[in-house]
Every structure is written in C-alpha cells, then in structure tokens.
Design a protein around this ligand. Sequence first.
Ligand SMILES: [Zn+2]
Ligand SMILES: [Zn+2]
Length: 348
Amino acid sequence: MKALVYHGPGERSWQEVPDPRIQEPTDAVVRVDAVTICGTDLHILKGDVPEVAPGRILGHEAVGTVTAVGAAVRNLTPGDRVLVSCISACGSCRFCRDGSYGQCLGGGGWILGHLIDGTQAEYVRVPFADHSTHKVPDGVTDGDMLMLADILPTSYEVGVLNGAVRPGDVVAIVGAGPIGLAAILTARLFSPSHIVSIDVADTRLEAARTFGADIVVNAGTQSARSVIDGLTGGLGADCAMEAVGTPGTFEDAVNLVRPGGHVANIGVHGAPATLHLEDIWIKNLTITTGLVDTYSTPTLIGLVAGRQLDTSAMITHRFTFDEFEDAYDVFSRAGQTGALKVLVAESK
Ligand SMILES: [Zn+2]
Ligand SMILES: [Zn+2]
C-alpha cells in the first residue's frame, strides 16, 4: 500500500510501504476511506515532537471500513464503517476506567501517527479496536464524521466543557483556526449570549462569523479587552478559550476573563507563558489544560447524525491519495490558501 511517511524534520513522502496486519488479538485493520491533516502533523514535520521517529506513517484522524479483526475484537466485523479516533484506549487501566482515555497507561492515548504508524495511508492497524473506534451512523458522510476524530471532541471537551460555558455567557475564543472554529460551533450548543472570536487574520475572522461568532475582533487593530468590557459592563468574559498555543495568546485569554471566570487552554504550547499571579491571585479564576479524552465522541456523533451540529463548512479542500503531498502544501500555507481542514480520499 501507499502511505505518508515522515523522514525527519521537513521531510515527508507519499510512498510504497508494507501493508499493516493484525499484531495483537485486540487489533483491527481498517481501509482508510477519508483522512485529514492536523496542525499537530505540521508540528511533527517541524521537528517539534521528537518522539516521532523517522519512518513513521503520520496521521491520527480517519474514517474507514474494517477489513480484518483480531480474535479478541468483539464489537467490529469486516465491512463496518468506523471513525478511527485520535485517541486509542486500552479500556482497562486506571485512567480508561475513569473515561480519561487520553491519559491511558495501558498502551493507548495519542499513539496513532505518533508512537505507532498512523492513518495517512491506504490501510491502518488500529490497536484496542473495540475502544478506539466508533461506528458511523447511516446517513452521515465520511467528511462530517472525520471532523469528530479530533477537532470537535478536542474543542468541546478541552474548551467548552472545561471552560464551563453556560447559557447567557459571554465567551471569548482567542484563535480562529480549525480548533477555534470548532470551539465556536460547540459553544453554541449552550446558548451563550455572545461569542467573541479574536484573531489577527481577517480571512479567519470571516470564517468565524460563518461558524457562529457574534462579534469578531482583529487583535492587530482593535483591543479585545475593550470589546469584552463593552459587553460585560467592564467585568470581563465568563469564559475565555486559548486556541492558538503561544505565550502571548495564553496571557491574552487570562486577561479577558472576569473574576470567577474560566480560562480553558486548548492550544498546544512549545514555550513557557507567564502567569500573572500578582494580578489574578485575588480573582477566583479557574484555569484548565487538557489533552482530549474523546469521552464526548458518542454525544457529538448523535448531534451530527441528528443534524444539530453542522461541520460541513470545515472541509475547504479535497484531494486524492495521489495528491497527498499537495494536500500538505495547501494545508501548511493556510494563511494564503484559506484552508481549514483538507479531506484526502481514494477519489474526490
Ligand atoms: Zn490532531
Ligand atoms: Zn487505558
């Protein structure tokens, strides 16, 4: 088969590799029908994730069809259409018993396209297949389901639920990339009074409006804090989410929230940020961090299948497997290309 292989910082190729096979009785092999690229894959290609060894097949988000199952797999049979989650779960360790699958101690967690070969391939081996896949309901497209592999549960769990968004809240979301946009979509499930999207790229702020932001702020030309003050009588936002992953945007998020409010960090950080305890010790803030656990994926599948959540605008570009290198090129130049999520499949 062919797969997208990482060959060290800056080096990748779509090339012939051996087909995956069942290695453990809890494995399944899945034919990949649709796959996407994550911002995290770009971090890997920059060399920011040294655990990823050269030779690794990248990717941790896919929708596909089961082609083989190990002897211990109970819930899947060949022919089933499944979502391959970004998080694998052994199902029996201390954290899995608690629904904290992202922290799995039994060999799961974020392993696909990280510690083992991933989904950017024609076929993928999925460990702990019963706990690491979800069946695709009839009537849900591959593209809609694909958005539930990572970005929707990540923004919903780590942003909206950790941020304790409630009806009537003023919610500030710093960053309008795919994760920030997915946070807008899922925050709306709780009927906040205002969602304020903050970014420095006008193209992304336009997208934020189409995803449901009530107010957009270009932080390059406007003060987000004064906009939030205007909405809240000077108090600050009830919840501020950080969806970029830089020290400055984290500090901005902390600065936007009211006393007693929630700061939910979603961004992946590579450098220390300053926490101004001298200002906030007195403010009763709750600051949360997190890797997605994907405990909410069944809920999100129900919302998509029931047409309560429309993710269709997220996919801006489609490619065939043979065009995988082009897909990376377009996704990595999102500023120029306007790419949000790309979908790669056998045919367009
Ligand atoms: Zn991802
Ligand atoms: Zn586990």
